[in-house]
Design a protein around this ligand. Structure first.
Ligand code: NOJ
Length: 760
């Protein structure tokens, strides 16, 4: 029986491989024939990606004379053209008014949904629900492709351990294992199993590489990192995307160990293509090629030649390739073969997307009408959002609230439509977003009274507001004085049994070019909290933010806190679902919440020093601070539920293991609280002895388990040699013999522990 099955599987694999081979062969014949007809200028034209403006710009420059350039065969693709009709018009120019009629790629930043906006990626990751995350990417692809697009500038998989960096909102957080699962799922979600289907998009994994490790959390800043750290901690999510078949990769703005990523041959060729076998194309980030001049790499011609020779195929917006590569060829600085290789990769992407067969494949009016912002996807985004909220504190079971009585809904984010979608919702329209006030009304109408008061501005700092409000008002400074607003809020609180305070960051206080040096709540909001506390009413703080916040003070005084990130189109309804108990929160942090700014960067998978501290007990000549403990406020993996889960009885199936063997670690998880609920059971491993120092703990697995009130389940993880491997000082990927600790628990700090030995 087994043998028969195996044979069938093998036959299937051979068939799949043979079909892929024959498709590749067909593609080669097609592209060869096309390239034979192309002039040098037309080849260089394919390497040019422009934006005519209209979408949200993320650089200082907008492309000029785009339609003339298209007609001249000087453009390979566009982004920032939004709307099926517009895309159809432009594609028509490309396929009717150019010499070779080569269709264009149409890309966009489809980051967390398209018009229907899902929670920000950091929120989605907090669900730890990989199938759900994949489905959000698939839904985004379905919607965006129905509106003419064929290429998503996503997933963003940069490991981020410094919340000062605003772009932590766009990724999955601090952990390479979880980050890799999310990365794969997103690529699969966007691309499906066939790029040429009209409901899929080509993915573009970004920002390659190490963009999240920018010094001081300042955007675009330098990264300098050992290879061992790169390979073990930062590169895995990019590699996972490549292994999952991402069609394209975007180079990052930063330099890596001295050389800008966009012109870094080691990165784009040796690592990406030679070691990892990447077959798609590499696009620069917005003018990142031109920015190599500021990095000190010479003039535009020099930078363009460096980038092309390094392995960059497509130049976003800056036109360095378009304006200098021909000259560099004449001067022998680049070869025709290098230009041909890059051109071939762009044409292959178009071929795989089915654009040569039908350039209007993604321009179908019926699909646009039925798929864009339909009721089903809105329903799904509400469902997804509920899974992303992380309950940080819930003293005396204050939450969930009853749907009766009088509730004071207060705060600058409680009725702020423009802040619900979060950063990088370029195609989302906030006018369709549901505010928390609306969500509460939808939930409570006829049952409970809601008294709303804004209470405070997100910030009273008009200079900050001016920096944040580039895409429209996000920090809306009220005409009333702060005192008037606080008085109104206090009056509301006095009339209510409970206060729900919606506080935190405006959507554009995170995202690109939104680094911050102080992540505590703005003074305006702190004053509001202090005034509300004086009323003696219980306070639930709904925290909206694009990154971890520094809320140690609030964590001591506010009885219930729930982090909801920026939840997307259905924000208010999803928040109401959770606050009033229709859904029991199950999210877990994927980035550590520090106690204060001085602890940053802080992450759970740190190394031991030679003078490890003793918990939070201060010790002279130990690795600790005089003025704060080492432990974070809320650790990686942390998140409460309305019910309570207890862990008991961790057992391992053996205490020694050979490389070819496995050990099973089993724990009993019980729901001992008063609600049904879902728990994310987390497995961490520590390698106690190695040729290089290994982290104190590394996530190596997790399982989501739904337990009815009173129910218990045994949860098992199989530990094999693969899980124990790492890159050693010679970048050899292998496990090393010795003792390992196994931790299973509800977050990275609260775990049960076991131990085994790997014998080799
Ligand atoms: C710059 C950003 O870094 C990148 O993530 C984005 O895809 C491009 N701009 C295009 O908008």
């Amino acid at each position: 029986m087994m043998k028969g099955l195996q044979r069938l599987l093998l036959a299937l694999l051979v068939l799949v491989a043979a079909t892929a081979q024959s498709q590749d062969a067909k593609m080669k014949v097609f592209v060869d024939a096309l390239m034979k007809k192309m002039t040098l200028e037309e080849k260089i034209g394919q390497l040019n990606l422009l934006t005519p403006g209209g979408g949200i710009l993320t650089g200082a420059v907008v492309s000029q004379d785009v339609d003339t350039k298209i007609r001249n065969g000087q453009v390979g693709g566009l982004f920032g053209v939004i709307g099926m009709e517009k895309i159809k018009t432009v594609q028509t120019i490309a396929v009717t008014q150019t010499r070779l009629k080569i269709p264009l790629l149409f890309g966009s930043d489809v980051i967390h949904g398209y018009k229907t906006t899902f929670p920000i990626p950091l929120g989605l990751a907090s669900s730890w629900d990989i199938p759900l995350i994949q489905s959000t990417a698939a839904a985004a692809a379905n919607e965006a492709s129905a509106d003419g697009l064929n290429w998503a500038f996503s997933p963003m998989v940069d490991i981020a351990r410094d919340p000062r960096w605003g772009r932590v909102a766009e990724g999955a957080g601090e952990d390479p294992y979880l980050g890799s699962q999310v990365s794969k799922a997103m690529v699969r979600g966007y691309q499906g199993n066939d790029l040429s289907k009209n409901n899929t998009l080509m993915a573009c994994v970004k920002h390659f590489a190490l963009y999240g490790a920018a010094e001081a959390g300042r955007d675009y800043n330098t990264t300098d990192m050992s290879l061992v750290k790169m390979y073990n901690e930062y590169l895995p999510p990019y590699k996972a995307a490549v292994d999952a078949g991402t069609g394209s990769v975007m180079s990052s703005f930063n330099e890596i160990n001295g050389v800008p990523a966009t012109g870094n041959k080691w990165l784009l060729t040796d690592l990406l293509r030679k070691q990892w076998g990447f077959k798609g194309f590499v696009v620069s980030d917005y003018t990142s090629l031109n920015e190599m001049m500021d990095h000190g790499m010479g003039d535009l011609q020099n930078c363009s030649a460096l980038a092309l020779n390094a392995g960059l195929d497509m130049d976003m917006v800056g036109e360095g390739f378009l304006t200098t590569i021909k000259k560099s060829l004449a001067e022998g600085k680049v070869t025709l073969k290098t230009i041909d290789d890059a051109c071939r990769r762009i044409l292959e992407a178009k071929y795989k997307l089915g654009l040569f067969e039908d350039p209007f494949r993604y321009c179908n009016e019926e699909r646009m009408k039925s798929e864009v912002m339909n009721a089903e996807v809105r329903k799904f985004t509400r469902e997804a959002a509920r899974h992303t909220f992380v309950l940080l504190k819930n003293d005396n079971q204050l939450l969930p609230l009853k749907k009766t009585g009088t509730i004071a809904l207060i705060g600058p984010l409680a009725d702020s439509r423009e802040n619900m979608l979060g950063t990088w919702a370029v195609s989302g329209d906030s006018k369709y977003a549901v505010t928390v006030l609306e969500g509460f009304k939808n939930m409570l109408s006829g049952r409970a009274e809601i008294i709303y008061a804004k209470g405070a501005n997100i910030s009273d700092d008009s200079a900050l507001a001016a920096h944040v409000n580039v895409f429209g008002p996000r920090i809306d400074i009220d005409k009333r004085s702060p005192e008037e607003m606080i008085d109104e809020a206090v009056a509301a609180a006095n009339k209510a049994q409970v206060v729900v305070l919606v506080a935190g960051e405006a959507s554009e206080m995170s995202g690109e070019a939104a680094s911050r040096t102080d992540l505590s709540l703005p003074a305006s909001q702190k004053r509001l909290i202090a005034a509300l506390q004086k009323t003696g009413k219980p306070i639930v703080m709904v925290l909206m933010s694009g990154r971890p916040q520094v809320i140690e003070a609030e964590s001591k005084t506010v009885p219930a806190i729930i982090e909801v990130w920026h939840p997307g189109t259905e924000a208010g309804n999803a928040v109401a679902d959770v606050i009033f108990g229709d859904y029991n929160p199950s999210g877990k942090l994927t980035m550590t919440f520090p106690r204060n700014m001085g602890q940053i960067p802080i992450y759970y998978a740190a190394k031991s020093t030679g003078r490890p501290n003793d918990g939070d007990n201060f010790g002279k000549f130990k690795s600790n601070y005089l003025d704060a403990p080492n432990s974070p406020l809320y650790p990686f993996g942390y998140g409460l539920s309305y019910t309570k889960f207890s862990y008991s009885d961790l057992r391992l199936s053996g205490n020694t293991m050979k490389a070819a063997e496995t050990i099973t670690a089993t724990v009993t998880v019980s729901n001992t609280g008063n609600y049904d609920g879902e728990e994310t059971v987390q497995l961490y491993i520590r390698d106690l002895v190695g040729t290089i120092g290994r982290p104190l703990k590394e996530l190596k697995g997790f399982q989501k388990v739904f337990l009815k009130k009173g129910e218990s389940k045994e949860i098992s993880f199989v530990i094999n040699n693969e899980l124990l491997k790492f890159y050693n000082a010679s970048l050899k990927y292998d496990s090393e013999p010795g003792k390992f600790q196994v931790f299973i628990g509800t977050n990275s700090s609260e775990t049960k522990r076991g131990e085994f030995e790997l014998v080799k």
